[in-house]
Design a binder for this molecule. Structure first.
Ligand code: NIG
Ligand code: FE
Length: 413
């Protein structure tokens, strides 16, 4: 058992004696902190904190925070970081005027990534994803959800999920795994799409469940991708096999995705650029976390989801990166927070709550992640000296993180 102390912390952020499961509506405006603080870690857990130097318990090692702030590590509850190669040629197509849907219709987009992934070995894929895990840890992320969805055949979806399983043993990140066979209809099924739904329901989901390769089941329920009826069928099949729904909804249109997700008890519904009164009402009567991905709206030049209306109505909101090669090729949570403040008009306190406590909820990690609380996993980062917590989203693009600790281990940034 080894105990180490972090001291000389100008402010310890998101300190909760009784950590709430989630924060909704006006609760999101409050971000508790302790000034001139210390933090005590034993192995991989937070065991104590305070601001009175005289009450510091016995410890084996002492680390000077240098007057920086300490934040709980970010929880990134929506990513696709297992992928092969990159898609900057489509980035140029978009600059030249093509839309995301037009690129997808030409066999680009998700199908382009699927073609590459199918030709990539499991080891190569693992090494590419491992690099991205190291990258996001260096940005202060301590827990991440990763989806399949670029395989689109039984064997390639399983290959992706096996890579995610291997990542869990290779890095200290807390990782949740999501089966997203319903990410796009493969070209071979364009005229027989119900056969692809059959494949997902009758072959992919049973195999994923049997090998215990996923925690969640996802569907891209949107215009040009999967219909509400198809989503209904796939989610029912996933739930029957013990997978909790956590879906892509309402990115490209009022797709009905929010309603069908809530109907199946989704842990979260994500994207939500098209959210109106009906959708807000549906979410208010649920325990589903609305999750916003502003770096996708930024990258695709979509209009942004109505975060202010959602929070004013009393909803919780979570934030995540959607890190993927097509619509958000960045895993930097601090940039997502800046976009949330600038374009979603969330306050820095709301954005930080959305990227810690609420995004931990969106991964089923409320009891272990998302706040500085005794007994929670010691995943946190130390900033360079900054004047306030709001300085972090304010100085967008700057690298203000000095040191990162994930599950009690210092990460080499
Ligand atoms: O979350 N919206 C659907 N899927 C991804 C995009 C994946 C891609 O373009 O490769 C997303 O944005
Ligand atoms: Fe996504």
């Amino acid at each position: 058992m080894s105990k180490f102390l972090i001291h000389n912390i100008s402010e310890l952020i998101q300190v909760r004696n009784e950590a709430p499961e989630l924060l909704k509506g006006s609760e999101m405006a409050h971000l508790p902190g302790i000034r001139n603080a210390w933090l005590l870690i034993e192995d991989d857990k937070i065991i104590d904190f305070g601001n009175n130097e005289d009450l510091i318990p016995q410890h084996d090692e002492k680390i000077d925070a240098g007057g920086g702030m300490v934040f709980p590590a970010w929880c990134d509850s929506h990513t696709h970081i297992v992928y092969a190669g990159s898609r900057e040629t489509e980035f140029v197509d978009k600059i030249n005027g093509l839309s995301y849907e037009e690129i997808a219709k030409r066999g680009g987009g998700i199908l382009n990534s699927a073609a590459r992934l199918q030709q990539t070995s499991e080891d190569d894929l693992f090494n590419q994803a491992l690099q991205r895990c190291h990258e996001i840890m260096s940005y202060g992320t301590g827990a991440v959800e990763i989806k399949s969805g670029y395989g689109l055949t039984v064997q390639d979806e399983i290959k992706m999920l096996r890579v995610i399983k291997r990542l869990k043993n290779a890095v200290p990140l807390e990782i949740k795994s999501t089966f997203l066979g319903a990410h796009a209809i493969p070209a071979a099924f364009r005229d027989t799409r119900s056969k692809y739904i059959d494949l997902i329901v009758n072959e992919m989901i049973p195999q994923v469940a049997e090998e215990k390769l996923a925690d969640y089941v996802d569907v891209f329920c949107d215009k040009g991708f999967f219909t509400v009826e198809e989503t209904d069928r796939i989610l029912a099949a996933g739930v029957a096999q013990g997978l909790t729904p956590k879906i892509h909804a309402n990115e490209l249109d009022y797709s009905g995705g929010i309603q069908i997700g809530v109907k199946h008890g989704a842990l979260s519904v994500d994207h939500l650029e098209f959210t109106g009164k009906d959708e807000i009402e549906t979410l208010l009567n649920s325990s589903t976390m609305p999750t916003l991905l502003p770096s996708t709206a930024f990258f695709l030049r979509l209009h942004y989801p109505p975060a202010r209306e959602m929070i004013s109505a009393g909803l919780p909101v979570a934030l995540a990166t959607d890190y993927n090669p097509g619509s958000s090729p960045s895993g930097r949570m601090s940039f997502v927070l800046s976009l949330a403040c600038i374009y979603l008009r969330m306050t820095p306190e709301e954005a930080i709550n959305a990227a810690t406590i609420n995004s931990a909820y969106a991964m089923g990690l409320s009891s272990s992640h998302g706040s500085i609380s005794k007994g929670k996993t010691a995943s946190f980062f130390i900033t360079k000296p900054i004047p306030s917590a709001a300085f972090l989203p304010y100085s967008f693009g700057s690298d203000l993180i000095k040191d990162v600790f994930i599950a009690g281990k210092k990460i080499m940034c």
